[in-house]
Write a protein that binds this ligand. Structure first.
Ligand code: WTA
Length: 635
């Protein structure tokens, strides 16, 4: 019997050791006993990081939706699968049972098929956090179409780039979305995007806000009438374990986002197993992850991981501050939420407000609290622990990435003693390494280096859509035979890991990954801008905020600096989305560059952080004189 559920620290170490000593036996037992396969694998795994090639459950056949829905029907058909909490607290909550989810997913799958979507086709989903989003994701998986969910806060240009990169033939969207007191006109964003997407043949539109929208003849259709006509039975497409399940874009060091491709079999096994253990999910629990399905956290820990375990998963359409700062806690009380998973940035924002927003609600249902997406600082950790967990609910600080598919470092609640700001121990099957700058692995305790993973795990991304070389170069070329995460980390005296932050040119703002390159490209398109560089600087709510150093084309640019700043931010909003706006923009006469022309961001980071007492070695700079000018005018 495999052990699906870790009960104490000794057992954790025992299972961990087995997962490292005999990874194939370990994952084979988990896969065998806890999932439904249409055909068994011929080989558990095969790998070669030099290519890189990673195969899990070779030649096995399955459909992930049979694992997330069908197999639950006879044991928990009437249990709530998705609990939908609308943006407006006065609007009715929806309890979608496993039986109903089955029906809705089958109908949607049939609609997709009727509209000509076939196995392997890519479908772009640009929807708010409404049940149709989860249903559509699952319907794609049901028919073997590859879903590419684009967060509905991205601009039309960012959406078009993502649609074109993976040649989506269909887009599913809504008339609009509710965000607190505002509504956003999603359909018109899609319409603008599609002016540049010749490959898109059809658009299905969900009615959410009842707004007037333009429907393009021959391309756009309302979804509901199609669903009304569709059959509620659908035979799941049989997929190979290695068939792509979805593509999800993440930022990179060039302007082009990376479409991370995830597998069907390995992804399912790992997200389900991590979910069960890291949230200690019990049969009647209500679990709530506040992320958006537009990000990987929503894919793995709102949809696939919870549903594969037959859980009740809350889907929240709104924002933490609407109608007031108590919304999260009101929802926890209302649905008696047992596991609550959110981002440090949300905790920091709510911690700034009066405790009255917390204290008027009964939070005693909570058993496990989680955080994800960025390092959590001590103050936020203690606030969360004292006021939300009441010192009783363990906090799982979970480290992972879009690329890893599932949680890689985390405490096991009630098992691993926690330390504020530490993600603690590697999850089962995860073999970590810290590397120094010379490519040597740092052994032992109390060391700090670059975080790598030295052995495959089932949910790792298999490639970057359309660019396997970039996959290799980004993740597998820095260190031989290792996956390089892009993060720095330290290991303390007891072997706990603490993530210190990105060591590459990705900046995490409010838990969202932003690459410097696409933002700089956007700024540079402004007619008055010659060149720019952006860096992150510490921000008490967002974790990091963006600081732009901008060289203008003509000395004596006649427009007012504040107008230019607004225009630059407006442009970034159009190119990428409001999440990438700069908090500070400083106009500078030059950027500190090395003789080989590389911008020395280290110096800019110090200026942005107002910490210029020690700039380190600047002798390799081509233009040391600009440094002084930049410091003098720092904002
Ligand atoms: C950061 C989100 C510290 C990290 C699931 C990583 C974290 C990037 C943590 C991935 C954590 C995520 N502590 N940093 N618990 N979790 N990160 O792809 O820098 O959106 O590389 O995936 O977020 O962000 P992504």
């Amino acid at each position: 019997m495999s052990n699906y559920y870790i009960k104490n620290l000794e057992e954790y170490f025992q299972i961990y050791r087995k997962s490292v000593r005999e990874p194939e036996n370990f994952w084979e037992e988990i896969a065998e006993e806890h999932f439904v396969w249409r055909k068994r694998w011929t080989n558990v795994m095969r790998w070669d990081f030099s290519k890189p090639e990673v195969v899990w459950f070779e030649n096995a056949k399955l459909n992930i939706t049979e694992n997330c829905i069908d197999r639950h029907l006879h044991i928990r058909g009437d249990k709530t699968a998705i609990l939908f909490e609308p943006n407006d607290p006065k609007e009715k909550v929806q309890h979608i049972t496993y039986n109903e989810l089955y029906e809705r997913v089958c109908k949607m799958a049939n609609v997709l098929k009727e509209q000509g979507v076939k196995k392997g086709d890519r479908v772009c989903i640009y929807l708010p956090m409404i049940p149709e989003l989860a249903v559509t994701v699952l319907a794609c998986a049901r028919i073997g179409a590859v879903h590419s969910v684009v967060f509905a806060g991205f601009s039309s240009l960012a959406l078009a780039t993502r649609i074109n990169d993976c040649d989506c033939k269909m887009v599913i969207t809504s008339d609009g979305s509710n965000r607190g007191a505002k509504t956003i006109d999603l359909k018109s964003i899609v319409d603008t995007a599609l002016e540049d997407c010749p490959g898109v043949e059809s658009v299905l539109v969900v009615k959410r806000i009842n707004s007037e929208v333009d429907m393009k003849e021959g391309r756009d259709q309302w979804l509901q009438p199609l669903l009304d006509k569709a059959s509620s039975q659908n035979a799941a497409e049989i997929m190979d374990a290695e068939d792509p399940l979805f593509i999800l874009y993440t930022s990179g060091s060039t302007g082009k986002p990376k479409g991370m491709v995830h597998s069907s079999g390995g992804y399912m096994v790992f997200t389900a197993y991590t979910f069960k253990n890291i949230f200690n999910y019990q049969e009647n629990d209500v679990y709530w992850c506040t992320a958006d399905i537009g990000w990987v956290t929503g894919h793995s820990y709102i949809v696939y991981g919870p549903l594969a375990n037959g859980a009740t998963t809350v889907m929240f359409e709104g924002i933490p501050t609407y109608p007031d700062h108590g919304r999260f806690w009101e929802v926890v009380e209302k649905h008696k939420v047992n596991q609550f998973y959110t981002a440090p940035t949300a905790i920091r924002a709510l911690a700034k407000e009066s405790l009255d927003f917390v204290d008027k609600y009964d939070l005693t249902s909570l058993k496990v609290l989680g955080t994800v997406g960025e390092p959590i600082n001590e103050e936020a950790w203690h606030w969360y622990n004292n006021n939300i967990g009441r010192n009783k609910s363990p906090i799982v600080d979970t480290w992972w990435q879009t690329e890893t598919g599932g949680i890689m470092i985390s405490p096991i609640p009630y098992v691993t003693p926690t330390t504020p700001t530490y993600a603690t121990l590697p999850f089962i099957g995860v073999q970590l390494a810290l590397m120094d700058e010379n490519g040597q692995e740092l052994e032992g305790k109390q060391v700090e280096g670059r975080l790598c993973i030295k052995y495959p795990w089932p949910a790792m991304a298999r490639t970057i859509w359309g660019d396997h070389k970039r996959y290799h170069d980004t993740y597998f070329s820095a260190y031989e035979n290792m996956y390089f995460t892009g993060d720095g980390a330290k290991r303390d005296a007891v072997g706990y890991y603490r993530i210190t932050g990105r060591v590459d040119d990705v900046i995490i703002v409010s838990g969202h990954n932003l690459g410097t390159a696409p933002i700089e490209d956007s700024i540079n398109e402004h007619p008055a801008v010659a060149e720019s560089a952006i860096v992150g600087f510490p921000h008490d709510i967002k974790g990091n905020a963006l600081y732009g150093f901008v060289i203008l084309k003509e000395i004596g640019e006649s427009r007012k600096p504040d107008n230019l700043r607004k225009e630059i931010n407006q442009q970034i909003t159009e190119h990428i989305g409001p999440i990438a706006k700069l908090d500070k923009i400083q106009f500078v006469p030059g950027l500190p560059k090395t003789r080989s022309g590389k911008i020395m961001r280290r110096i800019l980071r110090k200026v942005a952080a107002k910490d210029t007492s020690d700039l380190g070695d600047i002798s390799t700079l081509l233009n040391p004189e600009v440094v002084e000018a930049i410091i003098k005018d720092a904002l």
